[in-house]
Design a protein around this ligand. Structure first.
Ligand code: A2P
Length: 346
């Protein structure tokens, strides 16, 4: 029998936490113990896993004793508070927040793209931004064959990127509007139901928001191309859980559409969805709950023969967050980079 691991989920009561639990169960992750951690708000709660009700524990400085692996999805400040403590206790942390992604000592991994970078980890691996993961899965297979020189991205991002409470806010606002009542924003700055707005992260003095700059910097790091030209416009749309993206990819010379389709049809984590006759292409409601990034409308850019256009949808909570984190954990096990002994030896 193979090894099994003592796992903690930090942020177990959140949207990504719930998906992590489901994935650990459905992918038969080799668990010997599972610890569920959250804030004092969740004290006394239980969460169901494999037919049992597991207690949620409030994270404290002893929470990571006897843990081999921490899957952290409780926001950047919580990760900053606890990651080092968990590493010192002997655990490996896979962090879903943006806190450490651009730290040169921290590998930023999409298993389909740069699995070998994981070997350099020093106890912490960062899980990339969700829009960036989806874009990387769909574009790296083409980049490998002919380097991409520039990416122009427009995103259509669901409420789930802002967590479980943001998803609930869209439901509540939708009901209010249908009842001719006022839609009151609490998590988002503006009503999202029956509306959209530029992504609600901070803007810099160049006029780009943080989400857009994550796509720029993180894609460069994941691809290992520090000068890759990327520009993005990120928009929140009233969709519950899958993100969509329109991408324009520029190459040095023409990339034949047929070849691109052939490559993407065999790419890991990608499923082509294209029926031109019936206008049937990827849609967020169909991408929700799936592991694959759905890609369609692959076509030549009529304004530039060196460019391809494509459209994708991917489950933000799944491949955009929880699944990618679990796949990183599986990769660590496969490459013998996660050892229960690391915790035992402390
Ligand atoms: P809690 O439910 O106790 O607030 P989402 O992204 O869906 O909003 O979920 C965020 C997750 O992160 C939740 O599980 C939440 O727990 C957890 N969390 C937020 N702040 C903290 C904190 N300071 N310490 C531990 N967990 C936290």
């Amino acid at each position: 029998m193979g090894q099994s691991y003592r796992v903690a989920i930090l942020g177990a009561t959140g949207a990504v936490g719930a998906e992590l639990l489901q994935l650990l169960e459905s992918r038969y992750f080799p668990l010997s113990n599972l610890k569920l951690l959250a804030s004092p708000r969740s004290a006394g709660k239980t969460v169901s896993f494999q037919g049992e009700h597991l207690p949620v524990e409030v994270v404290d400085e002893h929470a990571f004793d006897d843990v081999d692996l921490v899957l952290a999805s409780a926001g950047g400040s919580t990760s900053k508070t606890w990651a080092q403590r968990a590493i010192s206790a002997g655990a490996v942390v896979i962090d879903n927040s943006s806190a450490f992604r651009m730290d040169p000592k921290v590998p930023l991994i999409v298993p389909e793209v740069n699995p070998d970078d994981a070997a350099a980890h020093q106890g912490l691996i960062a899980n990339p931004n969700c829009t960036t993961i989806l874009m990387a899965v769909a574009t790296y297979p083409l980049h490998r064959v002919q380097p991409i020189r520039r990416i122009v991205a427009s995103t259509y991002q669901s409420a789930s990127g802002a967590g479980a409470r943001a998803m609930e806010e869209v439901r509540v606002q939708s009901r209010a509007i249908l009842n001719d009542e006022e839609a009151i924003p609490e998590i988002f700055p503006f009503p999202l139901a029956f509306n959209l707005f530029p992504h609600n992260s901070k803007f810099d003095d160049q006029g780009y928001c943080e989400e857009e700059m994550k796509m720029v910097h993180e894609t460069r790091k994941i691809f290992g191309v520090p000068d890759l030209r990327v520009t993005a416009t990120c928009v929140r749309v009233p969709v519950l859980r899958a993100h969509s993206e329109a991408l324009n990819l520029e190459f040095d010379s023409r990339f034949k559409v047929a070849q691109a389709k052939e490559i993407l049809s065999q790419a890991p984590g990608v499923r082509i969805v294209e029926d031109w006759q019936s206008n049937y292409f990827p849609m967020p409601i169909e991408a929700s709950g799936l592991d694959e990034v759905l890609v369609g409308r692959i076509r030549q850019d009529i304004s530039n023969p060196h460019c391809l256009e494509l459209w994708l949808c991917g489950d933000q909570i799944r491949k955009g967050a929880a699944l990618n984190a679990v796949q990183i954990a599986e990769l660590l096990i496969e490459k013998d980079l996660l050892k229960p002994a690391m915790a035992m030896a402390k």
